[in-house]
Design a protein around this ligand. Sequence first.
Ligand SMILES: C[S@@+](CC[C@H](N)C(=O)[O-])C[C@H]1O[C@@H](n2cnc3c(N)ncnc32)[C@H](O)[C@@H]1O
Length: 279
Amino acid sequence: MTTDTSRISISAHYTGYVWFKHGLSATEFATSTGRLANAVLTPINAFLRNVAGADIDVFLLQRHSVIDHQIERLILEEGVEQVLELACGLSPRGYRLKQKYPQLRYIEGDLPGMAQRKQTLLQKIGVDSQHQVFPCNILEQDGELSIQSLLSQLDPTKKTAIVTEGLVNYFDLATIKQVWSHMAQGLKQFPQGFYVTDLYPDFIEHPSYKYVQFAQKLVGFFTRGQWPLHYRSDEAIQQGFQEDGFSHVEVHDPASFYDTLDMPRAKTQTLVRIIRAST
Ligand SMILES: C[S@@+](CC[C@H](N)C(=O)[O-])C[C@H]1O[C@@H](n2cnc3c(N)ncnc32)[C@H](O)[C@@H]1O
């Protein structure tokens, strides 16, 4: 199996532009590719708003804000001092969190091309030495691109969180479960380890399921590959993460944060779940 999944990196331009467009980021994070991709999808977003009660931006903003919220809870309530954001793309999460929590150690990782772009971008903005970007390939089990190699840059005496967003549905379940097992194993070297991710489950009974299948095809077309949905229920997600080596697993529905977090609502049930797991 090839471990070169750089065909997926185009999607980071799209999401990066969405974060910028909605005021979550700085101009440096927006690219012309992202702007173009957003313009191309404008009619599709209008169609989805009409027929499914929410567009792509809504689902992206929901996952982004619940992930941010979970990371902030880990910092404030659990004493997490180090964050490793994998598949960071052009996400401004590290930039924003470091502004709010300057003492935080924040490492970002992505495939070499995207990591280089992010590194240049952050240098331009001017970040402190505790905020770094490294090349990483989550499919590499050892060597300098592996998750373990990035974890070894961190202080083993401090509570640590790994975060991924918009990554896990690009892989089939067997492949991503192996990655999750490596993460769980790697996090055990810290006094406490946490993992936060979004996940699009296979909710076949969802009223907009046919539009979900349409979105699958759309993402697949842009990234020249599959975008499989994983697990049929919150219980199955929980059980799956426990099998991979996480002891405590919470599955969050963005709708349960509608009254507390600033994010757009969908007119039907939500489509994404945020997982917070610990070792
Ligand atoms: C949809 S983008 C998400 C980017 C960012 N997390 C966000 O939410 O805006 C997917 C990201 O996964 C990265 N990626 C793809 N395959 C990867 C791999 N094998 N290892 C690490 N990152 C990968 C891509 O380069 C891209 O930045």
